[in-house]
Design a protein around this ligand. Structure first.
Ligand SMILES: [Zn+2]
Length: 281
């Protein structure tokens, strides 16, 4: 999956240090990230010659192996003759098996969080970075802001040897998926599983069991994957309201599942586990 970068090692414990030339620099423009033409992050050494201000303002996020990832708020307009272009951060998703793409995506998540918290949401004054932990502090009211992680549940709904596959109407994403949704305020993961399943496909489920999880930096999420058995009538009733409506919900027999074997997502890892009989019982 996307986060599986072994033998490389992700070091995300809080720390501070100045950048060195072999470190990487993350510069964002909204949901876009500055990358070289071959899809790599700028190195501190290379970019320091182009925009020294961006490097001198950069601060440490985390490391993969020895390479630090640094973020800078300094804006950098694309220029003729400079071999870097802004690209949608989702391009990182498809750089499969790339530990640098994982690092760039997580760095984008943190960079967006730092960008959105430059001012206190309560008093409006400029915030400061904590010296002790990955947090942002308001010097006036003392409010502490921590990185936001939004939990999501993905549900593989099983009826004997059949699995429920879905398809969403979202533009640009037409592959099969599983039922999924954000956890709402005040509910447990299991309650979110029951609610999302009823809302999206009109099914009751039982025997909800946890399978595995995945950090998903593109939506600042932590995804928890569950298997659940259909409880009673397996007839699918699609939710056709709202922007994330489903266009399809079909029961597929184990032997008929076509797997995207190279996919980086937890969805496809769970579908593969079902096909291979490796799901939790
Ligand atoms: Zn404040």
């Amino acid at each position: 999956m996307f986060q599986d970068i072994a033998p490389h090692v992700f070091h995300n414990e809080f720390g501070r240090r100045p950048p060195v030339p072999s470190d990487y620099l993350v510069i964002l423009d909204g949901r876009k990230i500055l990358l070289s033409e071959d899809g790599k992050l700028p190195s501190v050494g290379d970019f320091g010659k182009i925009c020294p201000q961006a490097v001198s303002d950069a601060f440490y996020l985390f490391s993969i192996d020895e390479a630090g990832f640094f973020f800078t708020h300094t804006p950098f307009p694309e220029k003729e003759g400079v071999p870097y272009r802004y690209q949608n951060i989702m391009v990182l998703r498809d750089m499969e098996n790339s530990y640098l793409a994982f690092g760039a995506a997580v760095a984008s998540q943190l960079g967006e969080w730092y960008t959105l918290h430059r001012y206190c949401g309560s008093c409006g004054v400029p915030t400061v970075h904590s010296d002790e932990e990955r947090a942002i502090r308001c010097p006036k009211c003392g409010h502490l802001y921590y990185p936001r992680i939004s939990p999501v549940v993905i549900i593989a709904i099983v009826d004997g040897d059949r699995l429920l596959l879905t398809r969403y109407n979202r533009s640009g994403y037409r592959r099969h998926a599983l039922v999924a949704g954000f956890v709402e305020v005040g509910e447990t993961l299991e309650e979110a599983v029951r609610r999302e399943t009823m809302e999206e496909v009109g099914l009751k489920v039982k025997n909800i069991r946890y399978c595995e999880s995945q950090p998903w930096p593109f939506s600042s999420s932590l995804i928890a994957g569950f298997f659940a058995d259909v409880d009673g009538d397996p007839s699918v009733h699609l939710n056709t309201d709202g922007k994330d409506e489903l266009s399809e919900g079909i029961w597929v027999k184990r032997e008929d599942l076509e797997i995207e074997d190279n996919s980086v997502s937890l969805t496809w890892d769970m579908i593969r586990k079902f096909r291979d009989g490796l799901m939790p019982r």
